[in-house]
Design a protein around this ligand. Structure first.
Ligand SMILES: Cc1cc2nc3c(=O)[nH]c(=O)nc-3n(C[C@H](O)[C@H](O)[C@H](O)COP(=O)(O)OP(=O)(O)OC[C@H]3O[C@@H](n4cnc5c(N)ncnc54)[C@H](O)[C@@H]3O)c2cc1C
Length: 403
């Protein structure tokens, strides 16, 4: 009987063990996770769970679900080594497990800032449910939260904090918000949205240090100003958790390098989720995605391939964010922004912006257009090349462009 082991009990790990059983694998399945919880999804941590401190924390599945499927969980126990010669992993201090095939879904950890004051009570990063609960506890009416980083997570924290009655200052070193993933036009719409809702958005401004005695008291910015703060949340991206893979001699380069079947440089070891550096045929290059969709669907593909499916994983990347009731969705992963077509009214937060290379759509962002985005993803998957005039014309339905 084969034994498959999954390391990392986050979203990808949880979905992978589910897919192993769904694809008919009847051998032994072990899921080993450093966190003490059954797998859960992270998007609510910066949204519902911060905006409303009574919102329930939900797991992907409860304990009984894993028991019914004969999936053995080892929680709160990090894997410390992979021995590829003996095909055994070391769990915690001294435990060990044998594997025939191994899946790495070790995700990422919040990138830490190397500045003075980050160890002070009241300074937080956000990756886990514990982080979210600690941040939630400091979102009190009358507080002043300084958010470092104007990316998706920083801005979601800012929106949630405003909704809880806190004053908010966002410090962003770049000249625009969400600039790593989105075009300038969208960043500008969100700067207006946040300012309308009372957040102080400071662009081209970094954090120099954090000051306080027993607790954070103020943030000193790169232009020398001091902002009184009851809390600081740092959201400056993540670092992929590749140590285990690198120590085992697997190919690692901004993530664990995998092929289109989610296989690492060792054919018995697969990887999926935030930790992978994979080729995306729609984007036309290697990339590492940090998204719910990739965590779920790449993990399912990896599990199916471990069980013999041999199906390449290929999907148009897709991501969403919710801030002050505005639903933002984007698909594709463009790295050029100069050829854009707008549809609808972006300033009114009801529209779409396409990025193209020639006639090819390489990216699209929708503001409060979830239904359109479903069709646009299909257009991009099918490789359709509507003209700029067709994309801009609200009277032409995307369903028609798919025909
Ligand atoms: C606050 C927040 C909000 C988000 N919002 C959105 C959103 O709106 N839309 C969207 O598309 N995406 C969103 N994301 C991103 C999405 O949640 C991630 O892409 C997804 O969680 C990645 O899943 P993963 O399983 O690959 O990695 P992770 O979620 O990082 O899970 C990896 C797990 O592996 C464990 N692990 C690591 N090393 C070891 C080891 N050596 N031994 C055992 N276990 C180990 C970790 O403890 C962790 O539990 C958000 C993320 C965060 C943090």
């Amino acid at each position: 009987m084969d034994s498959f082991v999954v390391i990392g009990a986050g979203q990808a790990g949880g979905r992978a063990v589910e897919a192993l059983r769904a694809s008919g694998f009847t051998g032994r399945v072990d899921l080993v996770g450093a966190e003490p919880h059954f797998p859960y999804e992270r998007p609510p941590l910066s949204k519902e769970l911060l905006a409303d401190d009574g919102a329930p924390f939900e797991l992907i599945h409860d304990e009984a679900w894993y028991e019914e499927r004969d999936i053995t969980l080892h929680l709160g126990t990090p894997v410390t080594a992979i021995n590829r010669d003996t095909k055994r992993i070391t769990v915690g201090e001294s435990g060990s497990l044998a594997y025939d095939k191994l899946l790495l879904t070790t995700g990422g950890a919040a990138r830490h800032l190397n500045i003075e004051g980050t160890k002070l009570p009241g300074v937080h990063y956000l990756r886990t449910i514990e982080d979210s609960r600690e941040i939630s506890a400091m979102l009190r009416e009358g507080g002043h939260i300084v958010v470092v980083g104007g990316g998706f997570i920083g801005l979601e924290i800012a929106a949630s904090a405003r909704q809880r009655g806190c004053a908010v200052t966002v410090l962003e070193v770049a000249s625009r918000l969400m600039g790593r993933a989105l075009p300038l036009e969208i960043g500008e719409v969100f700067a207006v949205l946040h300012r309308e809702n009372g957040a102080d958005i400071q662009l081209e401004t970094g954090i120099e240090r954090i000051e306080g005695t027993a607790h954070v008291e103020r943030a000193i910015t790169s232009n020398g100003s001091a902002i009184e703060a009851s809390g600081v949340v740092i959201g400056v991206g993540i670092m992929p958790e590749t140590t285990l893979a690198a120590d085992a001699g697997l190919a690692v380069e901004n993530g664990i390098v995998v092929d289109e079947f989610c296989r690492t440089s060792d054919p018995a070891i697969y990887a999926a989720g935030d930790v992978t550096n994979h080729t995306n045929p729609f984007v036309g290059r290697r990339l590492r995605l940090e998204s719910w969709q990739n965590a779920q669907n790449q993990a399912i593909a990896a599990a199916q391939n471990m069980n013999g499916a041999n199906t390449p994983f290929k999907e148009v990347p897709w991501f969403w964010s919710d801030q002050f009731g505005v639903n933002l969705q984007m698909c594709g992963a463009p790295d050029v922004w100069d050829n854009t077509v707008a549809r609808g009214d972006l300033a009114a937060r009801d529209g779409l912006l396409f990025q193209r290379v020639g006639e090819k759509i390489v990216g699209a962002t929708g503001l409060n257009r979830p239904r359109d985005m479903r069709f646009i993803k299909r257009l991009m998957t099918a490789g359709k090349t509507p003209t700029a005039a067709q994309l801009a014309d609200e009277d032409i339905g995307f369903r028609d462009l798919l025909k």
